[in-house]
Design a protein around this ligand. Structure first.
Ligand code: 5GP
Length: 204
């Protein structure tokens, strides 16, 4: 039987560029992680595809899945639900594959409670001016949503201390490289490989 895969959680404040970094990471050579597609009740944006960017569901359907214990975590973020379907994560980890979540901070903290063995990476902005302009210039939300996102971002930055790693998103390729190095190192941690070595030792 293969070792269980690694659960990698990329989180950080709204507007920090989690989506961009995640996409660049998946496009980069040698990346072999399985992306857990989230579920959301928010409206589909232009260019988004069902089952690729998100599983877009109604509020009623989402609440039904919460009630039947089908979500690893979920969060209410700017009046919509976002969540991670549980079965996909467990099955993929059991197959020995690494699973990558890109989620906001409240959800990441819930995952940490349930799966403390995961690797929790906090993506940080190089400075706050840049973060503010990214939130304002995103161009897909009206003013009230932008203000709410700013408020949430401030509270989210304060959560950094609960993470294992802080990665600065100064330039996307550099952030990607840092994340790849973290994952490679995490695979070498003794606690993750000890079972395999103990099995090998028995036959030694
Ligand atoms: P957006 O509406 O811009 O696609 O995403 C808003 C926020 O929700 C982002 O910070 C994104 O990382 C987060 N998000 C996406 N999927 C999930 C999820 O499954 N769970 C949680 N908790 N947050 C998510």
């Amino acid at each position: 039987m293969s070792e269980r895969g690694l659960l990698i959680v990329l989180s950080g404040p709204s507007g920090v560029g989690k989506g961009t970094v995640r996409k660049a990471l998946f496009e980069s050579e040698g990346s072999s992680y399985e992306y857990s597609i989230s579920m959301t009740t928010r409206q589909m944006r232009t260019g988004e595809v069902e089952g690729v960017d998100y599983f877009f569901r109604s509020k009623e359907e989402f609440e039904g899945l919460i009630d039947s214990g089908k979500m690893l975590e979920y969060a209410e973020y700017v009046n919509n639900y976002y969540g991670t379907p549980l079965d996909y994560v467990n099955q993929t980890l059991d197959e020995g594959k690494d699973v990558f979540l890109e989620i906001e901070v409240q959800g990441a903290m819930k995952v940490k409670e349930k799966m403390p063995d995961g690797v929790f990476i906090f993506l940080t902005p190089p400075d706050f001016t840049e973060l503010k302009s990214r939130i304002v210039n995103r161009g897909t939300d009206d003013m009230s949503v932008i203000e709410e996102r700013m408020k949430v971002a401030r509270a989210e930055i304060e959560m950094m201390s609960h993470y294992d790693y802080a990665v600065v998103n100064d330039e996307v390729p550099l952030a990607v490289e840092r994340i790849q190095k973290i994952i490679a190192s995490e695979h070498c941690r003794v606690m993750r490989v000890i079972d395999t070595y103990e099995k090998m030792l028995k036959e030694f």
